[in-house]
Design a protein. Structure first.
Length: 135
């Protein structure tokens, strides 16, 4: 059995509610934890950042006729700069539901994305888990 990297005695009887964040807080939080794959992310933190990330795909398509325009180049750079934060918040969201971050690989099998979406929409675990304290 592995020991968590947080002090479990401090959070043994935690009664804190899951942290809910707004859109700007989610984007700032994801970029401030750019490559942090440990810990937990609330449902709102993940879905607001997912909205931001996928809007980076839509805005260049609406703003440019092809990907060589200014909007296309900015969009591609934004997507590339946001890939690692997206996967780190995705892994932390899976941790929040009590699953290992390796579950995101389920997307390589047909219809695996549907299962991943189900996992990501589940409620947070109500207690502290091996991935960190309930926030």
């Amino acid at each position: 059995m592995t020991t968590p990297d947080w002090d479990d005695t401090k959070y043994l009887h935690s009664t804190l509610a899951p942290k809910s964040v707004d859109f700007v807080g989610a984007v700032k939080g994801a970029f401030s934890k750019y490559a942090k794959f440990k810990g937990r992310a609330s449902k709102s933190e993940f879905w607001f950042f997912a909205l931001f990330y996928f809007s980076l795909f839509v805005i260049p398509i609406l703003g440019a006729e092809d990907t060589t325009g200014t909007f296309g180049i900015i969009g591609i750079l934004g997507i590339l700069a946001s890939i690692l934060p997206f996967y780190s918040v995705l892994v932390r969201r899976l941790h929040d539901t009590g699953k290992t971050g390796w579950w995101w690989w389920i997307t390589v099998i047909p219809f695996g994305g549907i299962a991943l979406i189900v996992f990501l929409t589940q409620e947070s675990e109500s207690e502290d888990n091996v991935y960190g304290p309930r926030r």
